[in-house]
Design a protein around this ligand. Structure first.
Ligand SMILES: [Zn+2]
Length: 341
């Protein structure tokens, strides 16, 4: 069982043939219980023979009897690429902290850019938690919203619209202090739009922290507690209560940095997928404590501990990613495009 991959080269070292990659995918996607992607049955048999495609199975249910492989009905459906290319592409997406462009990915993998672009989107397709496996956010949860693309460019003599009313896409972010966060594109910053999303994300027994925006007032009454900060007046933490939304702002900062350029190039329709990718990375880190010895001017040594957030091992992330692969079929059209059946 492969437990670690350190580089793209490592993929080919640990998976010398495509068969190794297929076995890796079978272990990750089926997690030990091979099931038919058509009917869900756990009864199936391997098809053998010289002319049979590699990794082909047949469902043993009388009403089904359909054939399948590990990639059937996943975003890898009907792929003609070596499965190791897929695993290497996953490696690149998961380990590039600011995301990776299809141009760079194409160069590293030796595929053309269209192929790399589609690989990237197929992998992002696996990154949103639509099954709700991660569960609700709880504890102290900060909520904030931001406009994608930041402030408009300064132009002499032109008073730019700020914030609400600029027509820019809005990203709603919720970040728990324990390292878990959610983000979604919302069409507007109205209470009836954001309220249901927030209540769906956050356990009602939590304490929500937001800025003083009146929209949050009503939403806040649903939770066990609601604290506010006036962060637009350079008040980063409420002096009296210590409440702050620095975590949510940190998520938003990562989102803004990653989306610079991307939004203008790709437009709105792919934005949520990029958000899912950015949030995936945020949610797959663990805190580690680092102890440093500091020497003061007088020569006294003291230990200082800091928390550093590190990504969890990439192979574990891949298994998490592939666990929900079945049912997320994505068709790659011959032209520049993707469609979802
Ligand atoms: Zn079946």
């Amino acid at each position: 069982m492969i437990t670690e991959l350190k580089s793209v080269r490592d993929v080919w070292k640990k998976m010398p043939t495509e068969r190794h990659a297929r076995i890796f995918l079978e272990q990750a996607i089926w997690a030990g219980d091979r099931f038919c992607p058509h009917c869900g049955s756990l009864r199936s048999t391997r098809l053998r023979g010289d002319t049979t495609r590699a990794g082909l199975y047949q469902c043993a249910e009388k009403e089904c009897r359909r054939q399948f492989t590990v990639t059937t009905k996943t975003p890898l459906h009907a792929t003609k690429l070596d499965l190791r290319i897929w695993i290497a592409a996953m490696f690149l997406v998961l380990t590039s902290s600011k995301g990776i462009s299809s141009v760079v990915m194409a160069r590293i993998l030796g595929v053309n850019q269209k192929t790399a672009w589609k690989l990237g989107h197929a992998i992002r397709e696996l990154m949103d938690d639509r099954e709700g496996i991660a569960g609700q956010l709880s504890g102290v949860v900060e909520v904030d919203e931001a406009f994608v693309g930041g402030k408009p460019k300064f132009k002499h003599g032109v008073k730019n619209k700020r914030g609400r009313g600029t027509g820019k896409p809005i990203v709603l972010v919720a970040a728990a202090r324990n390292g878990q966060a959610r983000a979604v594109l919302v069409p507007n910053a109205q209470g009836r739009t954001m309220g249901p999303v927030i209540k769906d994300w956050i356990d009602l027994g939590s304490v929500m922290i937001t800025d003083k925006n009146s929209t949050y007032k009503k939403i806040g009454t649903a939770f066990a507690g609601h604290m506010t900060v006036q962060h637009n007046k350079h008040e980063y933490a409420d002096r009296r209560t210590g409440a702050h939304i620095n975590t949510a702002e940190a998520v938003n900062a990562v989102v803004q940095r990653a989306l610079i350029g991307v939004y203008h190039r790709l437009g709105r329709q792919h934005l949520q997928r990029y958000l899912d990718e950015i949030l995936w990375r945020w949610n797959h880190r663990v805190p580690t404590t680092k102890v440093r010895t500091r020497k003061s001017a007088s020569g006294h040594a003291s230990a200082e501990t800091t928390t550093v957030w590190k990504p969890i091992p990439v192979v574990d992330q891949m298994r998490g990613l592939l666990r929900c692969a079945v049912g997320r079929e994505m068709r790659r059209t011959p032209a520049w495009g993707l469609r979802w059946p």
